[in-house]
Design a protein around this ligand. Structure first.
Ligand code: SAM
Ligand code: SF4
Length: 331
């Protein structure tokens, strides 16, 4: 078979990584992501059905996509998540899931069966009460038990921790200490602005500030940079002698756009070429009309801006700046 013409943008970036949101809904309400009351519910028919997700995924794979990650909202609360995971596992892709970890134990047999060997789990605090406050529901014990369960069966675990000033920035060193005996990879994520999350430039903890904090616990010689991988969003490090590693995702102050290879498909079947873009192209309606969506996919990606949907800096972002909520885009 001839190799497909890759999905590229006008800046020469090849896009071979698809992130699919399975649902906008979630069983948690992390305040940096979701309003307390959840998001307004929409008719079921506006969302992709399982067959449509598999159909669109096949199209993406035929255009060169080699990696698919399921996200949301919380992907594992979808009733047919298991069947979707099984269906996608038959495609020639590396399959991953980003989850809040609450339902991982229910899915462990499925993950084993389809060889999912790496999972991203959100955990913003190592303190039960604080984690409960941030996510407005307390499932700390279950999430921790699930992390241990995954490690026990040899699944690689990446922890996503959004670091916010005065909320959990006093735990940066604790997270790194956690990697001493536990082989997890912790990723500190800069707090990003999304619709309704009350973001403010002063609330984020920047890449540089995280590094400064690390410097108060470890010497420069102890903090060893790890080799950069292609399309990596994080700068990664390991403390000398620790089993685990950590990284910093500086989407706000240190964007990683130049090597971005990500395509996002929302639960309602719209393609977005950037987390910060308000431009979305509907693939679901044409699919339902029996049309071929390849050109729409190529058009969306071709028009991708060089950096963060054209936003040069977040520092002077208008207070009224509105993009969609993270759950609507698919994190
Ligand atoms: N529910 C799943 C989870 O929490 O992992 C998947 C969806 S969630 C939207 C995907 C990722 O986006 C999570 O790691 C979460 O921490 C991150 N996220 C959500 N809102 C964010 C924000 N305002 N700034 C930075 N990261 C954010
Ligand atoms: Fe739900 Fe994930 Fe958003 Fe938290 S970050 S509210 S777990 S979708």
């Amino acid at each position: 078979m001839n190799s497909p013409i890759p999905i590229s943008d006008e800046h020469g970036r090849v896009h071979d990584y698809l992130r699919i949101s399975l649902t906008e809904r979630c069983n948690l309400r992390c305040f940096y992501c979701m309003p307390e009351e959840g998001i307004p519910s929409r008719e079921k028919s506006v969302f992709m059905r399982r067959e449509e997700i598999l159909d669109l995924s096949e199209t993406f794979v035929s255009l060169g996509v080699r990696k698919i990650r399921l996200t949301g909202g919380e992907p594992l609360i979808r009733k047919d998540a298991r069947q979707i995971i099984e269906g996608l596992s038959e495609l020639p892709v590396e399959l991953g899931v980003t989850t809040n970890g609450v339902l991982v134990d229910d899915f462990i047999e499925t993950f084993k069966r389809v060889n999912i060997n790496s999972l991203n789990i959100s955990l913003d605090s190592l303190r039960s009460e604080r984690q409960g406050l941030i996510s407005r529901r307390n499932y700390f014990a279950r999430i921790m038990a699930n992390i241990n369960l995954l490690l026990k069966i040899g699944v690689e675990v990446k922890i996503n921790a959004v670091i916010m000033k005065g909320v959990n920035d006093d735990e940066i060193i604790d997270f790194v200490r956690w990697t001493k005996d536990i082989p997890v990879h912790v990723r500190f994520i800069e707090f990003m602005p999304f619709l309704g999350n009350n973001w403010d430039w002063k609330k984020k903890v920047s890449f540089d500030e995280i590094m400064t904090t690390l410097g108060s616990g470890y010497s420069t010689e102890q903090i060893q940079p790890l080799p950069e991988k292609p399309n990596e969003t994080a700068k990664n490090y390991q403390i000398d002698g620790h089993k685990g590693t950590f990284g910093i995702i500086g989407a706000v102050t240190n964007p990683f756009c130049s090597s971005c290879n990500r395509i996002r498909l929302s639960a309602d079947g719209r393609i977005t070429n950037c987390l910060f873009s308000n431009n979305k192209i509907d693939l679901l309606t044409p699919l339902r009309n029996g049309e071929y969506v390849e050109q729409l996919i190529r058009k969306s990606i071709w028009n991708k801006k060089a950096e963060r949907a054209g936003i040069e800096s977040f520092e002077f972002l208008e207070p009224g700046y509105k993009n969609r909520s993270m759950v609507a885009i698919g994190g």
